[in-house]
Structures are given as C-alpha cells and as structure tokens.
Design a protein around this ligand. Structure first.
Ligand code: PGA
Length: 237
C-alpha cells in the first residue's frame, strides 16, 4: 500500500482528482468506481472543475457506485443516487446510461445484487475504485463481522448506523432505511486500482486497524493489504 500524507483537505482533493483525471485521460473508456460520504466531495468538485475548465472528457467513462440504500426512492435527497448527481454527475459530461448505482428499489434485491455484479464484469471490471473508510473500518457497507462477504449483497444496517442517519430523515427512525445494497469485498478487491481517502485524526484508529499485521473481518478494510495497487491519501484536517 502506498500511503501519502498531505496537510490539507484541499491538497487531498486536488491529488485525488489528479489520479482520477490521469485514469480518464490514459483510458477514455475506463470504468470508475465511486463512493459517497463527506470525504470525496472535494474531489468531485475538483473533477467537475477539470471537466468544465480543462475539457476533461467523461463522455466514454462508465461508473459503478459502491452502494445504495434499499427501499428509498432515487428522488429522495438522501439517496446515494441523488448525492452522486448533485455532487458530481450533473457537473461533468457523463452519459446517464453509463452511470450505475445498485437499484435499492428493485422488487427482487438478491437478483439486483447478482445483476449488478454481472454488469460490472461485463463492463470489463473497475479500473479505479475510490473508497472512504468508516470509523469501524467499513468499506462500502461492508461492516465489521466474522467474515468477508465477496459479492454484491444486501446488508442490514446496524442500529448504530440507523440512529446516526436519523438526522437526515426528519429525526424519524421509521423513515431511516434499514437495509442497503453494497459491493462485496471481492467486488472491491477485483478493481485494478484502489484510491482510498481518509480525512481526520478521528479516522486514525480505523487506518491503524487497516494496516495492522492481522487481516481480519473485524476491520473489513484490512483486506486491502492483499491488493497490489492501493493508494491511500490521508490528511489530518
Ligand atoms: P465519510 O464516510 O467520508 O463521510 O467519513 C466514509 C465512509 O463511511 O465510508
């Protein structure tokens, strides 16, 4: 794993955008894996600027997002679909048909998971996957557990996550999604390159667990030690 520490969020975002832009320029038909969360927002702003001002061309790029809530309309402002369009896709020249997020409204979620996995494969696999990390070491919605789940699958959100999300859903626990679809650990590990962004000293424990000698599902991100091409950008601020 290559670990780069920078001294500001702006530098992290600029560097991450440069890495993604290099992928887009060297392979205009690349498949990019994107993530939601607060950390990548600056990267998305920087990418939009590169598209607008420098002509970075996303017209042949295909994207797959890591995860999406179940039973939440995509028009809901808290859906990851809405997040991605608001923060990135509306600001770059990507084709709508080339954008993929798991469909959390699918009638048959298990089938949707299978289908998502198949679509990634048929697109040639992910060239560059952007990742964040949770305080508990999760990647996507792969939460700490007894095992690593390989394929795209349905997860029950933990009570802690449901309560933490409550503020985004009118403080009404009943409105908070209880399940999500996430790429599995195997899906993530198949990406040719991985770029992980870690912001804040409060994430240091998770980073330490990720880098600890023992690769263990209690820190799902630790599996990345087995991946040949992982770059981590860390900033304390
Ligand atoms: P954050 O989320 O960027 O909002 O900290 C990261 C994650 O939980 O994967």
């Amino acid at each position: 794993m290559k670990i780069i520490e920078v001294d500001s969020y702006e530098k992290m975002s600029a560097l991450a955008a440069d890495v993604i832009a290099a992928q887009v320029i060297t392979k205009p038909h690349a498949v990019l894996g994107f993530a939601t969360g607060s950390t990548p927002i600056g990267t998305y702003v920087a990418l939009a600027k590169k598209c607008r001002e420098d002509g970075l061309d996303f017209s042949d790029i295909t994207t797959f997002n890591l995860d999406e809530y179940c039973a939440l309309e995509i028009s809901h402002p808290q859906s990851y679909y809405a997040f991605m369009w608001e923060n990135l896709f509306s600001h770059i020249n990507i084709k709508k048909e080339n954008v993929h997020l798991p469909n959390g409204m699918a009638a048959d979620i298990d089938k949707e998971c299978e289908n998502y996995e198949k679509m990634i494969e048929e697109a040639g696999g992910v060239d560059l996957q952007l990742l964040g990390i949770g305080h508990n070491g999760h990647i996507g919605f792969n939460e700490p557990g007894d095992s690593f789940i390989s394929a795209t699958h349905r997860v029950d959100l933990t009570q802690r996550t449901i309560e933490a999300n409550c503020r985004f859903f009118e403080n009404d626990l009943n409105k908070v999604p209880k399940q999500a679809i996430t790429m599995g650990i195997g899906t993530i590990m198949k990406a040719k390159n991985i770029l992980m962004l870690i912001r804040g000293e409060d994430k240091l424990e998770a980073m330490k667990a990720m880098l600890a000698k023992e690769v263990h599902p209690s820190c799902q991100a630790s599996v990345l030690q087995y991946h040949p091409n992982v770059t981590v950008i860390y900033t304390a601020n």
